[in-house]
Design a protein around this ligand. Sequence first.
Ligand code: PHE
Length: 378
Amino acid sequence: MKRVLTIALALVLTVASLSAADLKVGVLSPLTGPVPSFGLSVKEGTLLAVSEWNAKGGILGQKIVPVIEDGQCDAAAATNAANKLINQDQVKFILGEVCSGATIPVTELAGAAKVLLLSPTATNPNVTVDKAGKTKDFAFRACYIDPFQGGILAQFSYTRLKAKNAFILYDQGNDYTIGLANAFEAQFTKLGGKVVGKETYTKTDTDFSAILAKIKAAKPEVVLLPDYYNIVNLVTKQAKEKGITVPFVGGDGWDSPDLDKAAAAGGYYTNHYSPEDKRAEVVNFLKAYAAAYKDDAGKGKVPDALATLGYDGANLLFTAIKNAGSTDTTKVKEALEKISFNGVTGKITFDKAHNPVKALTILSVTKDKIAFDSVVQP
Ligand code: PHE
């Protein structure tokens, strides 16, 4: 009798520990490399969502275990990290990467292994759609896309800044900056504006004086600089030193606590949310984030757009797993396609290309603050 009981108990324990098995989720963000503030923010937002779900018992009785990897905002580094996540850790879900150029190759790899990837922040269309225009089954994102963002930047420059002549400056090796530059040019010229100059650089350039001299000579009324904050800091600082006062505009890549506000002052950028928004989702998130993360002075941190999208992206994925009632990635992908989710960055439903349709926020930069300017609906 005792023996039977022991066996029964052992069985129950085995089943219990099986159903309570951990659900590993890869979290791939640029923790080192050119844009480490992106990686830290996305990681913090993602881990806040993980701890909230785990405090409520996880998903489908499983505890969520994040496996954190550094993609460095780089195609090769992100590919290596994703290979490790897929083959060694055997994750079925990846949240990441953050940068478009690092995310696109990872979607190919993940898709082939039926690993579901959701990038919280990568805005280039080719993250979710292949070169032939077909939607990638296992790739999603939590943010809007660059044709929308670039088009709005052109519209804003033409109507609000009353710029008729624009100068475009971008990194020729970065899918993100190329996509935004193209979208801006198409919309700006369609509106009747003229592109009076277009220059490229590479990600290792640090001296922009030759390009800045051309900008000075071309006399544009706006300069598009659709790059990440590290480059924006260099270019806008050198522009100010050269006495260039024309406003620079850019996309979400400017979003960082490390943006040099004095250098970028007078500029505008598109983003995914504003902490000044009074919606309950935003207010609650600000509270939870400030309680979880403190700055060096011990004050609760204000989440940037990356932290917010990290949080929304993780919640989107976890909600879809719960809705699917299964961790089978085909079922979860179908649940994502049908989801209607109230995120901090807005209400999210997916279009046929696995892109959320949602509003965009425009922010302005002054030397001591980033201010809310306006919201643009899709
Ligand atoms: N959209 C950028 C990219 O695709 C990443 C990013 C998102 C940067 C949000 C800042 C804020 O590369």
